[in-house]
Design a protein around this ligand. Sequence first.
Ligand code: NAD
Length: 498
Amino acid sequence: MLAGMHQYIGGERRAGSTGESFDVLDPSTDEVLESVTLAGPDDVDTAVASAKAAYAEWSRATPVERAAVLTRAAALLDERAEELAQLESRQAGKPIRLAREFDVPGTVDNTAFFGAAARRLDGMASGEYSGDHTSSIRREPIGVVGSIAPWNYPLQMAAWKVLPAIAAGNTIVLKPAEITPLTALPFAEAFTEAGAPPGVVNVVTGTGPVAGEHLVAHRDVAMTSFTGSTAVGRRVMATAAATGKRVHLELGGKAPLVVFDDADLEAAVHGAVAANLINAGQDCTAAARAIVHRSVYDEFVRGVADLYAEVRMGPTADPATDLGPLSSRAHLAKVAGMVDRARAYAKVVCGGAPPTGELARGCYLEPAVVTDVPLDSEIWRDEVFGPVLVVVPFDDDDKAIRLANDTEFGLAASAWTRDTYRAGRASREIEAGCVWVNDHIPIISEMPHGGYKSSGFGKDMSAYSFDEYTNVKHVMHDITGVAHKPWHRTIFTLPGQG
Ligand code: NAD
């Protein structure tokens, strides 16, 4: 990393102009990894101007040219996979296995996918709908996109924001989360190295209230794409309203995992543990609320608690580590506080406290299972975003679906059953952007990701994301050559036609 140069603007590393810096910590030890110079409004203005200047050329690049850049960038990122995995693991506190097997390959695959998708940005086929005109649809880029990303999957979130935007011919200014800005920089550099004109991808590393808010409010930014908490997303939408720009919001989640009485219980227990603990539970689609048929409830709770006891918490660099720390001390305090408060009104079956010994230096938390929760309690209703699984029983399918939908969020859900009719009903009736059947978490580049309800709107990944990042233009072409069109009768009264 170039010392002090934490802005990437116009194809170059620069220092932030605020004169202020922010220490990026390794949450597994709380040691300083790097002191980042912070961007302020001036840096955002420069980055937006650079993106605006690059737009003329990039928006006119042919699909083949854009695809070539993305495909080359995918290869460059793949060559640097280990370096990226190490950096991502350290700044976000991810077990290295997760960074190596999920974050980095997922990002490379996404980049390759959008390299291919850039060549299939078709409008609707032409046709003579009026009889006298040929109508056709053009899909055009929007302009400069301002994107804001969270800290849980810094590299993947940068990719999800940047890739569809630039594949569609937009240029972008990305603001990563202040606590995890380090991998977004080499990610952005790969596109310039792969042949994108300088200014197509820019990164400003600054705080949300300063750099983020300025980016959202900027008059030359045509669209805001935001991934983060629901509270900040609503504020972003309000700020964007002042300039009336397009907004795409990927917000919080509180995913239900519904286990019917005919489910393969071993699969459901393993699925719940993996889907609750992935990325230490800091995953917007993580299974947060297990809704379990009463006949298998006790066995399910016991099975999850037993597996939690076997999960290896450890140093993030150790390939044997299953569970790493939470991303920051502040977030650890928030999650541990929610579990502590739950002890007064619910039953904490296991976990929920920081470990002792060597790991106490970092932001670790023993994974928790919480039962006997009132349905108006914060642990049931609010996003915890940590290794905490709340389990409630149900007696009939109607209740299971009602409980699944008993949330303001609607990002993801899963249904565990061998009954195809139950699976069909759950897929239809659970209000969420993704419903898995007999699994929970897998994502693929070809399929969309996005929320219902307070989880936001718009799609990341897949060709559906182009709906966010393009304007649809109708071109209507007269094919008659007639000077006096029949519809002119509404304006000109023709002789003899009164
Ligand atoms: P956050 O909302 O605190 O911050 C997200 C980003 O917004 C950061 O870059 C931050 O600097 C910026 N920001 C803060 N205030 C701002 C302001 N006033 N104007 C503009 N930008 C501002 O979220 P977080 O804590 O970084 O991430 C965790 C949240 O993200 C969770 O709620 C999680 O569910 C959500 N998330 C959602 C998805 C999804 O796809 N739906 C994916 C990942 C994370």
